[in-house]
Design a protein around this ligand. Structure first.
Ligand SMILES: Nc1ncnc2c1ncn2[C@@H]1O[C@H](COP(=O)(O)OP(=O)(O)OP(=O)(O)O)[C@@H](O)[C@H]1O
Ligand SMILES: [Mg+2]
Length: 472
């Protein structure tokens, strides 16, 4: 802002000193070459709860954008091309930040151009503090909505499948007690269990039953991402940190902001990232990829693995110090075959859900339930869920029969299941064919095209057979 327009600050209206709820933590960068203006704007912004940073020049602003969190920028638009150029550069650095441009008297044209080029709003000099206050209130409202949407999205995403943890086995009762305790603590929890035992469900319960329930729950799958991606997901990166990093990104450990980050499959985390994670937990700060600056974090860590981490430590593939750090509280979820008494309860719970979705009551025949009780469930509760879902999809009848179940369960020797053997020991061809078809579908996860190809029959034949089974 030129010195001539220092008089832009006409009045200081403090008749609305109340902070905007939730505006706190919003970062505003004020770019102006006039110190008086910078300070006045800063005062108004702070009274509204903004964290403020100031820059004397666009060049200084670019440097701040790299290191400081920025949600909005108040940019004094220098006359001519250089002003708009500053706007473009800021937008390129931080495409998600709102830019409000301040233009000189009589230069509405440049304000219009700035709006076309992506500015959120503009204010013309001279402007009163009241004008600025109203504008910043609007900015805060807009940003708050954006954040709320993001947190809401994360919460909805993470609540998918969130329901009661079913179980009455003594080991499960014990688990519930530890979950309740863990919810009240800030320490890391290590959740151990075979695949499909409910590790993620338990992590969500700890979060949503606990003191951080109104903060985000952010799951990160350390097993499915390539190492460089996990690093930038967790710690964030600055622009240009690596090829493709066209925009700076905040790390999930920082975004969690008082909530929980759930590190799934922690056993897969590469050793160098283990060291970086350990440092982050110990020092409560992270360093985004490509940055020299540190960002403070306030996050609760939950981690899960189906690996024997102690063995990984002994083998040198998992850091002992990180293991101890994460292992403050350990939760071991028993495999389903060790708590068979929970199977009927789980079946009832799952069928109730499927029935509700399908708008019809679903039940299970005794001999089918017996088969479920005898099966070993290597895929645990998830496999049980999938089996029942498939059975319901294949049969439109109310009651699930033994023949509707996947073959691996169904083909447990009949006498083991307590089902009477056919007296002559001969199984009808039609029954064998049905078993083969249903088995093939299970193997290919329900992909009918692929199943038909593997079975060497036409797609139409497969559909017809399935229809027959449904009406059987
Ligand atoms: N005790 C339980 N009560 C009800 N549903 C359960 C229970 N345990 C697991 N589930 C359900 O089983 C499915 C698998 O659970 P989850 O994803 O939490 O398992 P996981 O241990 O994380 O599995 P993986 O190791 O394969 O990632 C989910 O749909 C979950 O809702
Ligand atoms: Mg999981």
């Amino acid at each position: 802002m030129s010195t001539a327009s220092t008089a832009a600050v006409l009045s200081r209206n403090h008749s609305h000193p109340a902070q905007i709820e939730g505006a706190n933590f919003l970062n505003l960068l004020i770019v102006d070459d006039d110190r008086t203006i910078r300070e006045s704007c800063r005062e108004v912004a702070q009274s509204l709860g903004f964290n403020t940073h100031v820059a004397e020049s666009p060049e200084q602003a670019y440097r701040l954008l790299e290191s400081a969190g920025t949600d909005a920028v108040l940019l004094d638009l220098r006359p001519g091309a250089s002003g708009l150029e500053a706007l473009h550069t800021i937008r390129k650095h931080r495409s998600d930040a709102l830019v409000i441009v301040v233009t000189g008297y009589g230069t509405v044209q440049s304000a219009v151009q700035a709006m076309k080029d992506g500015a959120y709003d503009y204010v013309t000099k001279p402007f009163s503090m009241e004008e600025l206050r109203l504008l910043l209130e609007r900015v805060a409202g807009h940003l708050r909505l954006k954040t709320e949407n993001r947190v809401l999205r994360e919460t909805i995403k993470s609540r998918q499948g969130f329901g009661n943890i079913i179980g009455r086995a003594p080991e499960m009762e014990k688990l519930f007690r530890i979950i309740a305790k863990a919810g009240q603590s800030v320490h890391p929890v290590l959740i151990l269990g075979e695949s499909g035992t409910g590790k993620e469900l338990v992590a969500k319960s700890i979060h949503f039953a606990g003191i951080f329930r109104n903060k985000p729950f952010i799951p990160v799958d350390c097993g499915s991402l390539v190492p460089t991606l996990i690093e930038s997901e967790l710690f964030g990166h600055v622009r240009g940190a690596f090829t493709g990093a066209t925009n700076p990104k905040d790390g999930l450990l920082a975004i969690a902001d008082g909530g929980t980050v759930f590190l799934d499959e922690i056993g897969e985390l590469p050793v160098d990232l283990q060291a970086k994670l350990l440092r982050a937990i110990q020092e409560k700060e992270i360093r985004p990829v490509g940055s020299v600056k540190r960002v403070p974090i306030n996050v609760r860590i939950l981690a899960a693995t189906n690996r024997d981490l102690e063995r990984s430590v002994a083998q040198g593939t998992f850091r002992r110090d990180l293991f101890f750090r994460l292992n403050v509280l350990t939760l071991r979820i028993p495999p389903l075959r060790e708590r068979r008494q929970d199977i009927p309860l789980l079946v009832a719970h799952i069928l109730e859900r499927i029935g509700r979705d399908a708008g019809m009551e679903k039940t299970i025949a005794d001999e089918a339930l017996k088969a479920l009780l005898n099966y070993d469930w290597p895929g645990n509760v998830r496999e049980l869920e999938n089996s029942l879902e498939r059975a319901c999809a294949l049969s439109s009848a109310h009651e699930i029969q033994l023949r509707d179940l996947p073959t691996q369960i169904y083909s447990v020797p009949l006498d083991v299941m307590g089902v009477s053997q056919p007296s002559n020991g001969i199984v009808p061809m039609a029954e064998l064919e049905k078993q083969t078809i249903l088995n093939a579908l299970t193997q290919v996860n329900g992909d009918k095209m692929l199943a038909a190809r593997l079975l060497g029959i036409g797609k139409t034949t497969l559909y017809r057979k399935l229809k027959e089974y449904q009406t059987a």
